[in-house]
Ligand binder design. Structure first.
Ligand SMILES: NC(=O)c1ccc[n+]([C@@H]2O[C@H](COP(=O)([O-])OP(=O)(O)OC[C@H]3O[C@@H](n4cnc5c(N)ncnc54)[C@H](O)[C@@H]3O)[C@@H](O)[C@H]2O)c1
Length: 255
């Protein structure tokens, strides 16, 4: 692995599991010091511990991205321990299911809707609000928002809040690319297809089998597939790419 991210400091939200953990590991292997923020403090500790054990610099912060004060306080902790943050990956996300099934919008609990919006969409704003001012001041930064193919097209097996937030992240990404570009900050979104993580395992096997059959590359994605895309977008080589939504989906729902 080349040291494309040497000297950089990166924050990955939801970095304790699945895709976020793979991104945190890839950034660390590429030379970045990485702060793993996760609502599940043990998962964050576990991920940061594994990265440190592999000889890289990492720290864990228990942090619910839906709470602005929690992200603000995480920002102080990270700055004190690792220095100014150059890279932010807004990856934390939830997709509530009930016995493996999404709620129908006809019966959805408004509290569930609000929680998904607060974590998936407002959480990304909180990250930007805390970490982007320093990037803009220093004239270099890179932000990746974790959207989804479900934010671009109808996929059927998620509830209404999920695609609404993932589409919202695409709007946020385009806006931020315009607003922060003059300050040297690139902002992009990833749109993973079906990626084999704990989040996905809550869904019935038949659903995933049908997706594989409908995916030109004929497999589920891996967290490493998504991490490779995040690595490019946050590298110096990817810095002129901004405002884009990059599918990492094996051609699934190709538009
Ligand atoms: N797995 C897929 O097929 C897939 C596809 C497209 C997009 N995504 C997106 O990728 C991201 C990661 O998904 P994953 O599959 O790795 O999920 P995952 O459940 O394995 O990991 C998500 C992590 O986010 C953390 N988290 C949840 N709520 C949080 C909060 N409020 N604050 C901080 N951390 C919080 C969890 O503790 C967990 O460690 C999500 O945004 C998800 O929507 C996943």
């Amino acid at each position: 692995m080349s040291r494309t991210h040497s000297g950089r400091v990166a924050v990955v939200t939801g970095g304790g599991s699945g895709i976020g953990r793979a991104i945190a590991e890839a950034l660390a292997e590429a030379g970045a010091a990485v702060a793993v923020l996760d609502a599940n403090g043990n998962a964050a500790e576990d991920a940061a511990g594994a990265i440190a054990a592999a000889g890289h610099k990492a720290m864990a912060v228990a942090c619910d991205v839906a709470r602005f004060e929690a992200v603000e306080s995480a920002g102080h902790e990270v700055a004190a321990a690792l220095g100014p943050v150059d890279i932010l990956v807004n990856n934390a996300g939830i997709s509530p299911k009930h016995a493996g099934k999404p709620a129908s919008v006809l019966e959805m609990d408004p509290a569930e809707w609000n929680r998904v919006v607060e974590v998936n969409l407002t959480g990304a704003f909180h990250g930007v609000r805390v970490f982007a001012p320093g990037m803009a001041r220093r004239g270099w930064g890179s932000i990746v928002n974790q959207s989804s193919v479900a934010g671009k097209t109808h996929v059927g097996f998620v509830a209404a809040h999920y695609p609404a937030t993932k589409a919202g992240l695409i709007g946020l990404t385009r806006h931020l690319a315009g607003e922060l570009g003059p300050s040297g900050v690139n902002v992009n979104a990833l749109a993973p297809g079906r990626i084999d993580t704990p989040l996905m395992r809550g869904v019935a096997t038949e659903v995933n089998d049908a997706i594989v059959a409908d995916t030109p590359m004929r497999r589920l994605g891996t967290p490493a597939d998504v991490a490779a895309a995040a690595l490019f977008l946050t590298s110096a080589d990817g810095h002129f790419v901004t405002g884009q939504v990059l599918d990492v989906a094996g051609g699934w729902k190709l538009a």
